[in-house]
Design a protein around this ligand. Structure first.
Ligand code: ATP
Length: 379
């Protein structure tokens, strides 16, 4: 069986997503994470043999991406990839959406009838997302499609033969649903033949490469260099409950709000900072150098004063060399300029004589931090 490789993605993997980016081919779903590599290799074997595939994984781990990549890789790639999210359509519509109906099947039906998703996917792939939310009655009808290879649209007198590759996905524990009686056991064993469990983002060793790729998507040509060390460390260390979707959203946000040419920790979404603050509150005091801009959230003392003090110390130590101070503080030059502006700290070269002449109100606002020492270091 000839399989398609990553260098030759077919049209469906190139189809634009709602965010304008293309779906990825199978081999491009990871940058070398061992669990992902093993999963992709298994997925190829399953799809080559036409086994029904069940993709498991937390929300946002890329279940739909994987399903589309498997279809694009498969021999059915010239056929349709038809997706239905069982959780997002009302229970009473699932039946007609999936199985279709004939003309005049019920009052309010379209006059020409409707082809259901199963028939639309004939010769291609049917992707049933959130299969755990499929109502029990529809589970019975789906089982019939799978076991007999035919579908009976509502109001039809004869079944229509169909040939589909089935891929299902869920973030739920389907086996628990079988045990509590809300998911048919016989259907479970029909769909859960080739099971692929996607790792969460926090388990993946290719997080750095994923971050770099997502930055490049937003900011073509940019690399990890645009991240300050603190922002980079934060992105790597976050728990990412929303997985790849949350990471992409965070990077989109950061690229949009970052000014100049770098992304600092202050450019990351507030929920990351909140999670970080919670962790920090349960930690013993010290603020690391790379965390210095986050001193705004320090539990002790006046947060702004702490930050001013750290910035002024770094500036004094570097004799107001902005690049060197930014490095010490773990941020980029642009971020440091932004912090100076926010904290109303004028550059020493812009105010030099005024400061020395005693008009240093801005220094008076930072009493405990030895600003005169900072000035002494400058002059
Ligand atoms: N391999 C990948 N590389 C980079 N980004 C990815 C990858 N897979 C998914 N994503 C990103 O994560 C987002 C969510 O992916 P997807 O919709 O496939 O997840 P899901 O597991 O199906 O989510 P849900 O359980 O909420 O339906 C995508 O829109 C995309 O931005």
């Amino acid at each position: 069986m000839t399989a398609q490789n990553a260098l030759n993605p077919d049209v469906s993997s190139r189809a634009p997503r709602s965010d304008g980016l293309p779906y990825l081919p199978l081999d491009a779903l990871t940058d070398g994470d061992p669990a992902m590599l093993a999963l992709i290799a298994r997925g190829k074997r399953f799809i080559d043999r036409g086994l029904p595939i069940l993709i498991l994984g937390e929300t946002g781990t890329g279940k739909e991406f994987l399903a589309r990549a498997l279809h694009a890789y498969s021999e059915r790639r010239r056929g349709a990839m038809v997706a239905l999210n069982c959780a997002s359509i009302p229970e009473n519509l699932i039946e007609s959406e999936l199985f279709g109906y004939c003309r005049g099947a019920f009052s309010g039906a379209l006059s020409q009838g409707m082809r259901g998703k199963v028939v639309q996917a004939d010769g291609g792939t049917l992707f049933l997302d959130e299969i755990g939310d499929m109502p029990f009655a529809q589970q019975t009808r789906l089982l019939r499609v799978l076991s007999e290879g035919e579908v009976l649209p509502l109001g039809a007198s004869r079944p229509t033969p169909v040939d589909v590759q089935l891929i299902c996905a869920t973030h739920q524990d389907l086996f628990t649903k079988v045990e509590d009686g809300s998911f048919r056991e016989d259907l479970y064993y029909r769909i859960a033949v080739g099971v692929l469990r996607l790792p969460s983002l926090r388990e993946r060793s290719d997080r750095g490469a994923l971050i770099a790729r997502m930055i490049d998507d937003e900011w073509p040509g940019a690399s990890l260099d645009v991240l300050t060390p603190a922002a980079h460390a934060e992105l790597l260390a976050h728990a990412w409950p929303g997985n790849l979707r949350q990471l992409r959203a965070a990077i989109r946000y950061a690229c949009a709000v970052a000014s100049e040419d770098c992304i600092g920790i202050e450019d990351l979404p507030v929920e990351l900072m909140r999670a970080r603050a919670v962790v920090r509150h349960s930690e013993p005091a010290a603020v690391s150098r790379s965390d210095s801009t986050f001193a705004m959230h320090s539990p002790a003392g006046s947060p702004r004063t702490d930050e001013r003090g750290q910035i002024l110390h770094a500036l004094a130590a570097s004799r107001w060399n902005i690049s060197a101070a930014a490095r010490t503080l773990g941020m980029c030059r642009a971020s440091l300029y932004r912090r100076l502006k926010t904290l109303a700290i004028p550059h020493v070269r812009d105010v030099g004589s005024e400061l020395l002449g005693g008009g240093e109100d801005w220094l008076a606002a930072t009493p405990a931090l030895g600003e005169r020492g900072a000035l002494a270091a400058v002059h």
